[in-house]
Design a protein around this ligand. Sequence first.
Ligand SMILES: Cc1cc2nc3c(=O)[nH]c(=O)nc-3n(C[C@H](O)[C@H](O)[C@H](O)COP(=O)(O)OP(=O)(O)OC[C@H]3O[C@@H](n4cnc5c(N)ncnc54)[C@H](O)[C@@H]3O)c2cc1C
Length: 350
Amino acid sequence: MHIAIVGAGVVGLTSGVRLRELGHAVTIFAERRTPETTSDRAAAAFTPPRGPLAERTLAWVRASCRAFEELARTTPESGVDLALFRELSTEPMHALPAWAADIQGFQRLTGLPPPHRDGWAAVLPRIDMTRYLPWLERRFEHELGGAFVSARLLDLGEPFDEGFELVVNASGLGARRLARDEAVVPIRGQVLHVPNVLHLDTVLCDESRGRPCTYVIPFPSHVVVGGTFEPDEWIEECDEPALASMLDRARELLAQSGVQHSERLGRQRLRALAGLRPGRKIGAQEDCVRLERVELAPGRPLVHAYGHGRAGVTLSWGCAEDVARLCTDGALGGAHEDPPPANHARARSA
Ligand SMILES: Cc1cc2nc3c(=O)[nH]c(=O)nc-3n(C[C@H](O)[C@H](O)[C@H](O)COP(=O)(O)OP(=O)(O)OC[C@H]3O[C@@H](n4cnc5c(N)ncnc54)[C@H](O)[C@@H]3O)c2cc1C
């Protein structure tokens, strides 16, 4: 099939790679490419949504985890590796993450020094987005022979007019306009990249209730410090008070975790980034990914793949498998749209 994908963020690129691997002719149309997409701003830790997960979300988490573990083992140039994660909270956790049972060596942390009272540790994929998206582009274009067109589409019908047989809509926040879907809303996030002067290697995250989520994600070349979670904020710019607060919280988290000289973190900054996560909210339900096949018009099949909110990187390989199934088989064999259950807890604020 001749397939057009709209969007060159992590969702569009990963889907493009999977579809090329299956032998389809694939062209990605995108207004922005790396390093200008929201995906380039991702932290990017492996951060599955929290709380009870819908079956399909759990399947995406599992498939993505397997794919990233495989990349970590076989393809170091992708910027993916495995690292120790420690998530901490000042409150007792009510339940372990729904996906914990799948992770070998997942460990509940007890006897933590104050102020933390609960937490977990596990070895999980860690993705250096400064290397990963350029690698995904190379994989799609140079290794697999996919094509790119730089263009801003005004209508999802445009690729059909050019002769494409199927369109995948992976336009992130752009879907609000392209798919006329007002459930799609921006959630701004800000991160800082700073030199790894403390030679950190463990990913730390403080998810205490009532405080902004704080994370420190080290890579050999830099440390990602975050974050913020700002719903309905359309301005794609950083603000200094938010950056200063993130850095203070990160230094505090390091000190609480026993890291010496935490005050040295971030004295020098490499870059400050702001991105608009493509949230999708239906009623009180957040993170309602839209992954389904529809007919734009008779004979014009369209696969929607957008609304990944806080977890687009984490869900990318699992979603790409389903995109490929919807393109090839026309169905998944189950419900297409399957928002999280009503008691879905707030997702992790990556
Ligand atoms: C600060 C921050 C930290 C984050 N941390 C994490 C994390 O640790 N783990 C995680 O899993 N996720 C994280 N996320 C979320 C993650 O970044 C998103 O879920 C993900 O990037 C969404 O990918 P996407 O491909 O759907 O969208 P995008 O990356 O926004 O890509 C959309 C693409 O569509 C194109 N497009 C849109 N409209 C049009 C149009 N009309 N015509 C042509 N092209 C169009 C755009 O140009 C772009 O190429 C974070 C996000 C932020 C901002």
